[in-house]
Design a protein around this ligand. Sequence first.
Ligand code: TMP
Length: 214
Amino acid sequence: MSGIFITFEGVEGGGKTTNIEFVAKALEKAGKPIVLTREPGGTKVSEAIREVLLSKELPAMHHDTELLLMFAARAEHLQSKILPALAQGKWVLCDRFTDASYAYQGGGRGIDVSRIATLETWVQGDCRPDYTFLFDLDAQTGLSRVRSRGETDRIEQESIDFFNRIRAKYLEMAKQHSDRYRIINAQADLPQVQQQVADVLSDIINTQQANTLI
Ligand code: TMP
């Protein structure tokens, strides 16, 4: 039995975390078994790595260190939580995954995509998300939303150019993987964003139901 793997991506401030909870509730209502998780993090070890990655107390780290820590956290998360849940037929909802490494460490930091692809294959084999929601909005609007909420982490303190490159990389990936990407206009108000998410989700549920009938 194989579950469904859905990831949620986008620059900061797009309402990704609020909407993943909305999706979780809707799936539970539809009787689907779910696992709600996040990256970097999702397990004790990976959450400890997250602390290191986002800490403002530590000195700056090399870009390669950041990338490798993202994948170290991912290896642990995948092996001990995501793959077992998928094997049990669960719907795994993950707040960010490897596309964030392509967008932030690739697009943002400028690490060569081929190096990220090597790590992706090494850590994940052929495991890829079935669907990816991209919460797309102007990076400046997103950052202003995050900064108005107060405390920012190490990555959220980067420049607007860094976040513009990240958004561009996400949009490039959405084109490249149009089969699994679903773009949500996150510039809109929350009710309108949730309506878009609900429409996409019901489409996904219908597709999955049709697939199980074949
Ligand atoms: P969050 O704010 O969505 O919880 O994500 C934590 C931060 O980590 C966010 O700024 C994006 C960043 N990140 C990467 O840079 N690379 C990755 O592979 C992942 C999963 C997250």
